[in-house]
Design a protein around this ligand. Structure first.
Ligand code: WT7
Length: 651
């Protein structure tokens, strides 16, 4: 792990930012909350959370709020509820069934569907019956590998409805990555599609599942949505068409309530070892924080807002702010299937104008891509419906923030830069629109009850202005409950760095105003285009190639992607370093993990820089990858010639 002090330099650069953007009087006057909420919620955050939880539909009301036996939290544990009822049924029951829940926009132009809350309830009910007919029971895990189509939302909520724990796998993952997750979670059911549209072409999904399931003989049933009409191979008895099975089911389904701590879903994410971690989220606590943060952070007016979170439902952002947050609030969601630059780089702005999107939430890497494509694409559209913008996934560089503020928000929309993680489930640190003055690059202040601490190597609190490791002190409702099937790894991964504190894996600091600046990961996890990639996973994919003897993967700062993946590889004796082999290795990683992990750069080396005890010195590799001259302490380095050779072959 990199010592926190090494991040000081990066934070230093950020701290030269001193622009402040107070909320406009007009926005503040119309906002759903005002500054008094800080005092109110901070008086007793636990009681405040209990009050928020009561806004959901409970079958049996809870009487206890929090049971906390470090590191295991139980929120609202004696209450029972059904997440799909809180997200859908209760809005229909309240007479809001005709309100649009989902404006779905397919990638091919003109391909769109509007689904009301009443329609959504029918679809979820039918899917719940279909899953039951396939043998899915409460407590089973169901893998969902779908494009961004309405069935993804329906499948998630149908699982929730019958108490099956869903595990959504991002559609960009390769067969091996799918199989690893299905096996780890012991999922016996899969929901997928023939394919989905991406950049004007139909991309196949079913073959990836077929391939993955060769390693997963326990999978009993696969439900397949027909989206593109591509040819598919069929396993009789195992595979079922969605349109045949689901659409034939009864339109009403009696939902059962489950205990608040019942696992709603598992979301796999990368860590410091090659094996992805199955982050387990609860029902009551998770949904409470998803609903509350959605409502307050995005200033939701459920009757009029149209909320677009551009993330895929295959990631936590999609779970919390495409599905559970907005639907539990009864808001209208905009969901888009495809690429931001299809057919032209102004597709997003076209969608915003066409559908009157009011709240737009995206990632800095996307903002930087829009900047690169040019302002003219933006200026063709009015964007006048927008009233609030959000950012998530990585630190936003001040240039991108200013561009977002000026070109997209027309200087009138507050920007909420929200810090959180797959593990935290929901937003943790964020400005509140209409209340908090924002500063480009800072995610500003903790949400209620969240207590971030910046600590040094010895576990001492670092004074304001100083950089350190980011920890969270108190439990919060949507915190991960454990790693699927591995309490020990959960304890070790998050709670052993400083006992009693959750270790976030990020480096950060507070500025003089008490605003938080998150710099990025300080463990061996990279953030490439907002996707979290473990270097160990990529290394393990590389060494699975017959030519590779040893591999080390590091991040290199990249203007567009945030970080680029640079791989240093030593070859086995009978292989020669050749440009074709570089291409093969890049393709090999994409095939093993998915194209999101395709290395940007592969460099062959005769040896990797190691300490005398044989540990790869990543710090040196990072400096070489960044094109810098290796500085700092190299006294523990085993062989100086290795560094000289690596630097000499720089492109
Ligand atoms: C990591 C979590 C949160 C959902 C999407 C990513 C980085 C996230 C910010 C932000 C600076 C951020 C952190 C964090 N990160 N949001 N606003 N400012 N950094 O979820 O894949 O679990 O990644 O993303 O490094 O640890 P994830």
């Amino acid at each position: 792990m990199t010592p926190a002090s090494e991040h000081t330099e990066a934070v230093e650069a950020l701290l030269h930012e001193n622009r402040h953007f107070p909320p406009s009087a007009a926005f503040a006057a119309a906002a759903t909350t005002d500054a008094s909420i800080y005092a109110e919620a901070s008086r007793d955050p636990e009681a405040w959370w209990a009050e928020q939880a009561r806004t959901l539909a409970w079958e049996r009301p809870f009487t206890t709020t929090l049971e906390w036996e470090v590191p295991f939290a139980r929120w609202f544990a004696d209450g029972t509820l059904n997440a799909s009822v809180s997200c859908v049924d209760r809005h229909v029951a309240a007479g809001r069934g005709d309100k649009v829940a989902l404006h779905w926009v397919g990638e091919p132009e003109g391909d769109r569907v509007d689904i009301t809350y009443a329609d959504l309830l029918v679809r979820i009910s039918q899917a719940a019956h279909a899953l039951t007919a396939l043998g899915v029971r409460t407590g089973d895990r169901v893998a969902i590998y779908l494009p961004m189509i309405p069935e993804a939302v329906v499948a998630m909520l149908a699982c929730a409805r019958i108490g099956a724990t869903h595990m959504v796998i991002f559609g960009g993952f390769a067969p091996d990555a799918i199989a690893d997750r299905v096996l780890d979670a012991d999922a016996r059911f899969v929901v997928t599609a023939d394919g989905g549209y991406r950049r004007g072409a139909a991309a196949a999904l079913k073959p990836q599942v077929d391939d993955a399931l060769r390693r997963c003989p326990e999978v009993a049933a696969v439900l397949v949505v027909r989206r593109t009409g591509q040819e598919v191979t069929w396993v009789e008895g195992r595979d079922h068409w969605w349109h045949e099975l689901v659409e034939a089911q009864p339109e009403r389904h009696e939902a059962e309530a489950f205990p608040a701590e019942h696992p709603l879903f598992i979301m796999y994410t990368s860590g410091t070892t090659a094996r992805p971690k199955g982050i387990v989220h609860s029902t009551g606590g998770y949904l409470t924080q998803a609903a509350t943060t959605h409502r307050i952070v995005f200033d939701i007016k459920a009757d009029t807002d149209i909320c677009w979170t551009s993330a895929d439902v295959g990631w936590i952002t999609g779970h919390s702010y495409v599905v559970y947050g907005p639907l539990s609030c009864g808001a209208t969601v905009l969901m888009y299937e495809g690429a931001p630059n299809h057919p032209e780089p102004d597709r997003f702005w076209d969608i915003i104008d066409r559908h009157g999107v009011t709240i737009f939430y995206t990632a800095p890497t996307a903002i930087r891509a829009f900047m690169r494509w040019g302002d003219d694409y933006v200026k063709k559209h009015s964007l006048k419906s927008l009233r609030l913008l959000g950012s998530v996934g990585e630190p936003i560089n001040p240039e991108a923030w200013m561009w977002y503020h000026t070109l997209i928000g027309k200087k009138r929309c507050p920007i909420v830069d929200t810090w959180w993680q797959t593990e935290t489930g929901c937003i943790m640190v964020t400005p509140l629109p209409g209340i908090t003055a924002t500063t480009p690059g800072s995610c500003t202040l903790p949400f209620f009850g969240v207590v971030p601490k910046i600590l040094d190597e010895q576990g001492h609190e670092v004074p304001r202005g100083g950089g350190g490791k980011l920890f969270l002190k108190n439990p919060w409702p949507s915190m991960l409950r454990t790693l699927w099937g591995d309490d020990e790894r959960f304890k070790k991964q998050y709670w052993s760095e400083l006992p009693g504190y959750y270790f976030a894996g990020d480096g950060a600091r507070f500025d003089a105003d008490g605003y938080l600046w998150v710099v990025g990961r300080i463990d061996d996890v990279l953030n490439v285009s907002g996707h979290r990639i473990g270097t160990a996973e990529v290394e393990s994919a590389l060494v699975s190639h017959p030519s590779v003897a040893e591999a080390a993967v590091v991040g290199r700062p990249d203007e567009l992607k945030g970080q680029a993946l640079v791989c240093f590889v030593t070859l086995k004796n009978n292989f020669t370093a050749a440009p074709e082999l570089k291409e093969q290795l890049r393709a090999h990683v994409a095939k093993e993990i998915g194209s999101l992990a395709r290395p940007d750069d592969v460099r062959f080396a005769a040896g990797l820089p190691k300490t005398r005890s044989g540990k790869i010195m990543r710090r040196i590799l990072k400096e070489i990858a960044a094109g810098g001259i290796v500085k700092g302490d190299t006294t523990t380095l085993e062989d100086f010639n290795v560094v000289a050779a690596l630097q000499a072959q720089e492109e």
